[in-house]
Design a protein around this ligand. Sequence first.
Ligand SMILES: [Zn+2]
Length: 532
Amino acid sequence: MKIDFKKIDFKNIKLRKPDFSKFRFPKLNIRKPHINWEPLLVRIRACSWYPKAVETAKELKVRYLAAKEWSRVHFRRWACLVHEASSDSRARNPLAFLAVAAVLGVTMTLGTLYSVSFSVTVDGESVGKVARRSIADQAIESVEKQGRELLGYDYQVGDEVDYKISLSLKSDLSDEKAIENYLYDQLSEVSDQLRKYEVRLNGRPVGVVEDKYALHDLLDEMKNEYVNENTVSAEFMEEVTLDYIYNAETVLTIPEMKEALKANTTGQTTYEVQQGDTFNGIAYANDTSISDLKALNPKVDINRLMVGDVLTVKKTIPALSIQTVDHVTYEQSIPCPTETREDSSMYKGDSKIVRKGTEGVSSVEANVTYMNGVEQSREIISTTTVKEPTATIKAVGTKERPKTASTGSYAWPIRGRINDYFGPRTLFGKYNFHSGIDIGCSYGAPIKAADGGKVTFSGWKGGYGNLVIITHDNGTKTYYGHNSSLVVSAGQRVYKGQVIAKAGSTGKSTGVHCHFEIRVNNKAVDPLNYLP
Ligand SMILES: [Zn+2]
């Protein structure tokens, strides 16, 4: 039949809801087997295989539970086999598979939590529960052997050792050491002499010592190393616990224990620089950052590593760390603020300190946390000003800088080969002191002002020939000699780079060049120290 969907009137179709109220789950009829223990006991007692230890109905019940437990454990194995066998029928019968899986799940959960166990009693007193009798047997044997050796006579932990089978949570079971410790504790006479103390840090054994009091003294001493009059708290960072131990193989002396507690836990902490090493490479190899490695080696210049240098590559962290908190009060300087004042008599960009301020003082109260004596953090509780700082007053120029103002730096008056340097020399067969530099150039080339300033001389001056002197704003003077002609006159202001003369060979000269001189406080200095 072909349906024409276009003709169906969807609006008028009504869906029928299923009526769940009429649905009933199939009732499972599981009856708990009821066992009448008393008559059962009477009947069982008549049997030849009946175990003597079972005298009461309660004990019989325990045996029954143990047997049930045994069958449960073995059922698990069978269930596994069934599961293996049924794995190929899973797809055909999913319900059966689910049922098997559910049963397996429940039994496995119970099996991991519970275990058949033996409650051990010595002279009627419960000592613990063990998974196997041999665990308790070995513990008893070991304690009796130690007792015998120490006391010199045949020693027994008790007159009657009894085991009762039961079902226990696995977490309730004791190990051999726990049973041993229990038995040792019973024998105060023996145990006082045998008992030693195993020191553990966060549960990890460090070593065994004989004297508990000496150990406590050692721990106090280690703490006190970092305690001063300001210390408000001192704590070990690891949980220190003591366990009784009676048959330790090695016992540490107190100094040995101290060494073990102070032992570095971070492995090798230094590294000797080898050929080809770089600081970055060493940081990378030690899984640290360059900044951390720098902080660990404050005295090392990272650009000048030498083969054989020994770097600290890791922090030393002792097995037992001590955190102390010091409550301290100290004085701290308050930096002086800077106030700027505009000054119209100064050029823009220029500034000067009008008044030097003074630092203030504050009193700080803080809690400082140290780890093994190294500061970790600082919590400031309060800060009180003892002395206010005074401000530094800085004047800042606002006056527009004229083009001819000095910049304070010098440019070459002309580019060229230096024919003669500043300093002593022999000229025309005579010794003299050359007060500037001679820059070779072509005749008529433009000579430019090395910096802005005022022309204070422009004319003929002896050996200089045609000379221009510019006095700059800070009083420094520049000289330009041997010119063929001069293009500025005295009293005129010139800007940096302005042409002031044409090159020549006037005066005491051996060829066309510019004699350039700088005079600071009227004393000639080497221009090469000032030129770029
Ligand atoms: Zn010269």
